[in-house]
Write a protein that binds this ligand. Structure first.
Ligand code: GLV
Ligand code: MN
Ligand code: MN
Length: 473
């Protein structure tokens, strides 16, 4: 195995800073939400960085940005003689598919939540591009195509859906999703088209080239690595996430003349629902997740860690007509539950349905509950996790095995083949906020581990057919 040069931290820092400059100036933090012009501009810039790194770039029908380095082209034929720093243009590469079957795919997302930070997802895309530069500079001759993807819209969007791009690549974005309507009255299909996708040809976005393995570098978004003072985490599994929209209808009435006992206040029904969601999370999910977390941890490198998941959150509420002197007539409430155990999420759904019905009956409100998305928990593939562990040790780091409480594009890519993830620490565990931070040195370590893991995985014999990451339950 050729030894790889260290990532160029100054170049990575500049890339992070430049991408962070593509932000919505009217919004808090480093906001770059999917389907915004800021996201489009940022991804155009990312495409340029992919090309400069020697990747051939295309956009698929789901508007995923895909940069490909054909097999045996890591040396770039010209790359081996590139000066340190920027990798040169792609050399005389073999056409895609000329290497061993199945690509090594790596990447993440560059959209952010409202008021988000500069690292979530971004480190996985810019880090993958830097890993390509390191591989090309080293003249590494990969036997598989190496593909870097900036997946479209990993964060929940205005249509209530997350992981749009990776969902489509896994063949799991359906007509029902495309018909979801956003606050501006547009459908997800219309938004996707405007973002450069082709919703009418969505089937073409399904990954058909075979997947040797999928690797994703990501910030931890929690406190475990920092507290343990370990710079690299090998992810053991990813929580399942079920997202819901509760629609509650009451009656608009005069706030000064309607007696308290005669009201049908939709907002109060929603408030009780939010409290029920919190209670269910504490009562049901926490117990179950502790058990599941133990199971995940025991499967891995012997490090017992706190369970991921076992949480539920109401993150958005809309009330109509929205005046202080009118009894609220309608409320829409968006929430989610997460657990490492699918059966816990199913139980959560059942109990919440009962609770909402009871709240409606007690307050004389109409209620309806729709489950917008259900992402089951997944375990990573053993051999990919081992390869990442080996890559970390080659950098002198003994990694920690940890479950992910955050959702990732990796959950969908795991449906297509073997999957593994590398985590780097998050300062104070903060994420989805402007304060989100990961030290540059830690990002550099993560990129080095990713690049080394690509080489190790490349050498592995072909995956057994059907060998994909498993559903956790
Ligand atoms: C993705 O950021 C998530 O919601 O976990
Ligand atoms: Mn996120
Ligand atoms: Mn993310």
């Amino acid at each position: 195995m050729s030894s790889l040069p260290a990532p160029d931290l100054a170049r990575v820092a500049k890339d992070l800073e430049t991408l962070a400059s593509y932000r919505d100036p009217e919004a808090p933090g480093w906001t770059r939400r999917v389907f915004s012009r800021f996201d489009r501009a940022g991804r155009d810039w990312v495409a340029g960085r992919m090309e400069e790194a020697g990747l051939t770039v295309e956009t698929d029908a789901a508007a995923n940005l895909i940069g490909r380095l054909p097999a045996a082209a890591a040396a770039g034929r010209s790359g081996a003689t590139d000066p340190p720093g920027e990798a040169g243009p792609p050399g005389e590469a073999r056409p895609p598919g000329a290497g061993r079957p199945g690509a090594i795919v790596t990447g993440s997302h560059t959209d952010t939540v409202q008021g988000g930070g500069r690292f979530d997802g971004i480190v996985g895309v810019l880090g993958a591009i830097e890993a390509v530069r390191c591989l090309r500079q080293a003249g590494a001759e990969l036997e598989h195509d190496l593909v870097v993807v900036d997946f479209l819209g990993e964060e929940p969007n205005d249509y209530g859906l997350s992981c749009v791009g990776s969902r489509a690549m896994a063949g799991a974005l359906d007509e029902g999703h495309l018909a979801l309507v956003g606050p501006d009255g547009r459908t997800l299909a219309e938004a996707l088209e405007e973002a450069g996708g082709r919703p009418d040809a969505l089937a073409e976005a399904r990954w058909s080239a075979g997947l040797h393995c999928y690797l994703e570098l990501h910030i931890e978004q929690g406190p475990v690595l920092e507290q343990a003072r370990v710079p690299i985490g090998v992810v053991s599994g990813i929580v399942g996430i079920h997202r819901l929209l509760a629609h509650i209808t009451g009656q608009p009435d005069h706030a000064g003349t309607t007696p308290m006992g005669k009201r049908r206040d939709a907002l109060l029904g929603a408030a009780e629902t939010a409290l029920a969601i919190e209670r269910l999370a504490v009562e049901l999910l926490a117990v179950e997740a502790a058990r599941a977390g133990e199971r995940l941890a025991i499967r891995r490198l012997g490090h017992a860690r706190p369970a991921a998941g076992g949480v539920a959150t109401t993150g958005r509420l809309e009330v109509r007509p929205g005046a202080s002197n009118v009894v609220p007539a309608e409320a829409d409430l968006w929430a989610e539950a997460r657990s490492a155990e699918e059966k816990t999420l199913v139980e959560f759904e059942r109990k919440l349905g009962e609770e909402l019905g009871a709240i409606g009956a007690r307050r004389h409100l109409g209620t309806s509950l729709s489950w917008i998305s259900r992402e089951p928990p997944v375990l990573v593939t053993d051999w990919v996790a081992s390869a990442i562990g080996q890559a970390a040790r080659s950098q002198g780091i003994e990694p920690l095995s940890i479950p992910s409480g955050a959702g990732h594009d990796a959950s969908y890519m795991a449906r297509l083949g073997p999957m593994g993830m590398v985590f780097v620490p998050s300062r104070a565990g903060r994420s989805h906020c402007p304060e989100e931070w990961t030290d540059l040195e830690d990002i550099g370590r993560g990129i080095a581990v990713l690049a080394q893991a690509v080489v190790i995985c490349d050498h592995r014999e072909e995956a057994v057919p059907g060998e994909a990451a498993q559903r956790a339950t």
